[in-house]
Design a protein around this ligand. Sequence first.
Ligand SMILES: [Zn+2]
Length: 275
Amino acid sequence: MAIAGSATAPEAASSPPDTLIRNVRIFDGTNASLTPPTNVLVTGDKIAAVGTATASGATVIDGAGRTLMPGLIDAHTHIMFISLPQVVLLTADVGFVNLAAAKAANDMLMRGFTSIRDLGGPSFGLKRAIDAGLAVGPRIWPSGAMISQTGGHGDFRLPTDLPAAPEHGIRTAWGTDILFSPAAATEQGAMLAKMAKWYSPIEALRMATRDNAELLALSGARSPYPGKLGVVEVGALADLLLVDGDPIADLTLVADPHKNLKLIMKGGRIYKNTL
Ligand SMILES: [Zn+2]
């Protein structure tokens, strides 16, 4: 007897429609200046072309000269613990905790964070649900139990060393480490904008895109998401944001994602479009 009704993973079952994003200036994760207006073609979950690409049958989005950039990456999160007070986490039913975490993950993606490194907490179920298309949220690199390797949770050298890092040419990852507060969670983008105290906007943007992606790539063959992240280039995973303005000139744009992010795409699939 066949077992009917087994869980179908929507994202695994169908690939997103092709999308042609026209007339955008690109921050590619590295270069300090935006490209001239150009087009980006997304096929499946990857960037298929950058330049004079056209495609019949693709959904066409007119960027109207706005900035296209890689999705943001937060290298230090606790998605299971971010939105509930500690006393609730210690007493609540695990199902409730998971549903609250799913809402937090959705909110995080809507802030433009398409990947997160989770430094402690039972996020494997949530990650699986997101990857299967059952819940909406960023890609998650879970570490499971609380760990304390270099730069990890409990490594308290990073915050104090951080202001001196740029003058010594040290490449640093960037993460928010927000815990137990839905109010603080809404400040995720603002915390990146506040890096302007120590870094130039381009340095902060590189950290939250290309550099954090290189950190995630250190997991090598264990990475669950084959493809490059944190960059806009042919062959990279299509995790993309359309910003209403130039974040290299004005980093505060990332502090108000609800207003300034017009398009949010993850793996070629559009999760927000307010154009
Ligand atoms: Zn932490």
